[in-house]
Ligand binder design. Sequence first.
Ligand code: AMP
Length: 116
Amino acid sequence: MAEETIFSKIIRREIAADIVYQDDLVTAFRDINPQAPTHVLIVPNKLIPTVNDATSEDEPALGRMLTVAAKIATDEGISADGYRLIINCNRNGGQEVYHIHMHLVGGRPLGRILGR
Ligand code: AMP
């Protein structure tokens, strides 16, 4: 069994977070250390540590993460100008929290994808 992270507690509303969306499959909340005017994390309610651990059974939740990202982008008023979706995986990907999460960042020009 994978070890729970703080994100499981946020999903269960055991600790405070600015939750902007939640349904039976995913939860979205504002990043505590925002890198852009909009910075929301979209996570599956089920603990899946990394993209490497995702299975075909997880496809409904993983697909929902994308459609919820589009909905939140619309709600935030950034869909037309655009935004970026990022999923980090393991050490070289820069993953810090081992519960899959998609960063939705936008609200300003973000430059090239790897900052170069
Ligand atoms: P990553 O490097 O892809 O694993 O990103 C982890 C993200 O989780 C970082 O952007 C953190 O700022 C964010 N984060 C960590 N703890 C919390 C929290 N309690 N509430 C909201 N965001 C958090």
